[in-house]
Design a protein around this ligand. Structure first.
Ligand SMILES: CC(C)(COP(=O)(O)OP(=O)(O)OC[C@H]1O[C@@H](n2cnc3c(N)ncnc32)[C@H](O)[C@@H]1OP(=O)(O)O)[C@@H](O)C(=O)NCCC(=O)NCCS
Length: 168
C-alpha cells in the first residue's frame, strides 16, 4: 500500500467523492444512505465542494491511497446563533478500517476547528457503532444525549448517541 495522504477535497474531486459515497454506502449500515449514495449530480457536488472551500466554518477532507479516495471527513458550520458550532461526518472504506485513518481524519478536523473559531463539534452516531464511539471518545467527544429509533432499517429500529467535543 502506498502512503495515505490526507488533504482538502476540492471541486475537482466531485466525481470521485460521489463514487466514494456509493462505495461506502454499500459497505456500512451506519450511514444515512445506502449503496445508492447521495442522489445528487456531479455538478451539484462540485458546487457544494466549492462553497465548502469558501466557507471559513466548514471543510471537506479526503484520505487518498494514490489517486483513490478511501476516507472522507467533514465539518459543516452552522449559521446565526449557532455559528460557533459545526457538525462532523466521518467514514473510511471497509478495506482500510483499523489502520488509524479515521483517527488521522478526525485529528485533522479537530485541528481545523481550533484554527477556525469553531467552539463545539456535534455528531450523531449509531449507539451500537463501537469502533466509531471508541474513536470519538479517544479524541475527547462526550455523549450528551440519545435519539431513540433514529434509523429504521427494514423493520428494525436503531438508537443514536449525540456526542459533543467542547473546545472552549
Ligand atoms: C468509524 C470509522 C470511520 C473508523 O475508521 P478507522 O479508520 O477504522 O479508525 P481508526 O483505525 O483510526 O480507529 C478505530 C478504533 O476503533 C477500535 N475498534 C475497532 N473495533 C472496535 C470495537 N468493536 N469496539 C471498540 N473499539 C473498536 C480500534 O481498535 C481503533 O482504536 P485504537 O486506535 O484506539 O486501537 C470506520 O469504521 C467507518 O467508516 N465506519 C463506517 C461509517 C461510520 O460508521 N462512520 C461514523 C458515522 S458517525
Amino acid at each position: 500500500m502506498s502512503e495515505i495522504i490526507i488533504r482538502e477535497n476540492l471541486a475537482a474531486d466531485a466525481e470521485q467523492a460521489l463514487a466514494y459515497m456509493h462505495q461506502i454506502g454499500a459497505e456500512s449500515d451506519n450511514l444515512t444512505f445506502r449503496e445508492e449514495g447521495l442522489s445528487i449530480t456531479i455538478e451539484s457536488e462540485r458546487e457544494y465542494l466549492q462553497s465548502v472551500h469558501q466557507d471559513s466554518h466548514s471543510v471537506s477532507i479526503g484520505a487518498f491511497d494514490g489517486k483513490s479516495m478511501i476516507g472522507n471527513g467533514s465539518l459543516s458550520g452552522m449559521s446565526r446563533r449557532m455559528s460557533h458550532l459545526a457538525e462532523l461526518g466521518l467514514s473510511v472504506r471497509k478495506a482500510y478500517w483499523n489502520q488509524g485513518i479515521g483517527g488521522r481524519l478526525l485529528e485533522t478536523l479537530v485541528m481545523y476547528a481550533r484554527e477556525n473559531g469553531i467552539e463545539l463539534i456535534y455528531l450523531d452516531v449509531r449507539s451500537d457503532n463501537a469502533s466509531a464511539i471508541h474513536l470519538y471518545q479517544k479524541y475527547g467527544f462526550k455523549k450528551t444525549g440519545s435519539y431513540p429509533a433514529y434509523f429504521k432499517i427494514g423493520d428494525k429500529y436503531y438508537d443514536f448517541d449525540l456526542m459533543v467535543l467542547d473546545l472552549r
